[in-house]
Design a protein around this ligand. Structure first.
Ligand code: ME8
Length: 517
């Protein structure tokens, strides 16, 4: 079995997770589940980033000891991912003993190699980004473009890592390798590499920040944030002690949003190069979820709680919307109006109706048992052919991270299948007494539906599982290759109609959502 390793960013624990965090985690969950469907062995790592100024400050504001504070918020992240049935293999915390040990091991190694040195540096520091900014990263008012806050001028003796030494190597590496997706972020990184890279400050004197990992070669300092955080991708798979780590590392894929492009596309490959560890396979960069045209963030107060949405409208509905509505790499607007229109049109009308109508007819005319497949007519063959093509397109676009296109293709087939019911009108065949023809039509519908449900399993696992169980599909048959088998169901097997899986969202249920547009 081929192995593949996916990661989410590890999120700061200064506040509870919001829809932006949920998006990256859900995407990685969906992609991981898809790779399992196509027979990969998957390792999925997520976790929390728990050191640094910002977290120390947040704990102080709440009057809590940082350790108590990070334990609480990290637990909320974990509970949130458990609520969403996220299929992660490991949840890494940067305050764990195992992680700290790896950070200290790497720091010592790089120090001995002469990569880390003590120096005095003056620069503009953004506490939102937890790093020094270059001039290009400031807006006209001299604020951080991302966080809209004034960076602080800091002059301090600290330990540094010389990034610029590796600049031309990295430029060439990125130019030659297909490292960053979508391509326009690759261009953005190459553009960043045109400018000299400021040294990466990796320490803080203990008297100013105690909430970090002590430097193994100087106990007056701690390391925090980037030098600590990025290393989670290695400590999370047991580097360096567990020999298994290398097997996963060979095929590692990181998912992030564009806010942390520079650390992942510049600091991280350079750190890996300095440690003689192969560079990751790919960095996937998505855009922001915007609310009222601004990035959803705690500072702006336009946060959406993913559990709130899932509780009201369904977990699978939320997963579907997020994947369908955002073109990977670009920003997308979250609004309830868009959400409701999308769910009602695609899930309640198109897919939900197809399921409900078909199961209803099978119940009415065939006592809820799988009818036999008679001779196929040209209209049946035409439909199955277009379903097959749509599934191939779906697979292609899914594996190329063009999720909305993948879903568009699948939905074209779902709509065609709905048209097929009307065109073939199995009820008229029943009226004529031709049960063999009516049964064949319904069987074609059931087989198509089962293929849609398997294809959508990674995306909407809860509802797809119910549908597949209702169709008596065994768990061992939930495999990608089975979507092309149009005789998977067994004649005479009982099937269940069940409750509607994708009910229409009526106005009444979203009336009280306050500030959310
Ligand atoms: O940056 N839209 O943590 P963080 C889409 N600890 N995604 C969003 C988003 C939005 N509006 N807001 C947040 C950190 N995200 C560091 C990472 S990794 C070694 C260390 C998601 O809590 C998105 O994945 O600020 C983004 O990259 C991440 O949350 C930032 O999370």
């Amino acid at each position: 079995m081929k192995k593949i390793y996916f990661t989410t960013p590890i999120y700061y624990v200064n506040a509870s997770p919001h829809l932006g965090h949920a998006y990256t985690t859900l995407i990685v969950d969906i992609v991981s589940r898809f790779y399992k469907l196509i027979n990969y062995e998957v390792f999925f790592l997520t976790g929390t980033d728990e050191h640094g100024d910002k977290i120390q400050k947040a704990a102080k504001e709440k009057g809590k000891d940082p350790k108590v504070f990070v334990d609480e918020i990290s637990f909320i992240f974990k509970k949130t991912w458990d609520y969403f049935n996220i299929s992660y293999n490991k949840f890494i915390r940067t305050t764990s003993k195992e992680h700290k040990k790896v950070v200290q091991f790497i720091l010592q190694k790089l120090y001995e190699k002469g990569e880390i040195y003590l120096d005095e540096y003056e620069g503009l520091y953004c506490y939102g980004c937890e790093r020094f900014l270059t001039n290009k990263e400031l807006d006209k008012m001299g604020r951080c473009k991302d966080h809209k806050i004034q960076p602080e001028l800091i002059k301090e003796k600290n330990y540094f890592f010389n990034l610029d030494k590796y600049r031309s190597w990295l430029k060439e590496y990125i130019e030659k390798n297909d490292l960053i997706y979508p391509g326009f972020y690759k261009d953005e990184v190459l553009n960043m590499l045109e400018e000299e890279l400021p040294p990466l400050c990796i320490s803080r004197p203990k008297e100013r920040l105690s909430w970090g990992i002590e430097l193994p070669f100087d106990t007056n300092y701690v390391t925090y944030v980037w030098f600590d955080a990025l290393i989670n991708y290695l400590s999370g798979i047991g580097y360096p002690e567990n020999p298994e780590w290398e097997k996963w590392w060979e095929n590692v894929h990181h998912f992030i949003a564009k806010d942390i492009l520079r650390p992942h596309a510049i600091y991280w490959p350079i750190m890996l190069k300095a440690m003689d560890i192969p560079i990751y396979k790919k960095l996937f960069v998505h855009g922001y979820w915007l609310v009222n045209h601004f990035k959803m963030s705690k500072t702006l107060g336009n946060i959406i709680d993913p559990i709130d949405i899932a509780e009201r409208f369904g977990k699978d509905q939320l997963r579907y919307f997020l994947l369908r509505e955002m073109a990977f790499g670009y920003d997308a607007e979250f609004s309830l109006t868009n959400f409701i229109i999308r769910i009602n049109a695609d899930l309640a009308n198109d897919y939900g109706n197809l399921i409900y109508r078909t199961l209803n007819l099978v119940e009415k005319y065939f006592e809820s048992k799988v009818p036999s497949l008679g001779d196929l007519q040209p209209e049946d063959i035409e439909l199955l052919e277009s379903v097959k093509i749509a599934l191939k397109d779906y697979e292609f676009f899914f594996l190329n991270f063009q999720f909305y296109k993948a879903l568009e293709k699948l939905w074209e087939a779902i709509r065609k299948t709905n048209v097929y019911i009307d065109r073939t009108s199995p009820w008229s065949e029943v009226k004529k007494g031709d049960f063999i023809r009516a049964g064949t039509i319904l069987r074609v519908l059931l087989e198509s539906m089962k293929s849609f449900a398997i294809a959508l399993y990674p995306l909407m696992p809860e509802t797809s599982k119910i549908l597949l169980e209702n169709l008596s599909i065994e768990a061992k048959d939930i495999l990608w290759e089975k979507v092309f088998h149009f005789d998977l169901l067994k004649e005479g097997t009982p099937i269940k109609k069940g409750k509607p899986l994708y009910p229409r969202i009526e106005k009444i249920s979203y009336i009280n959502l306050g500030a959310i547009p």
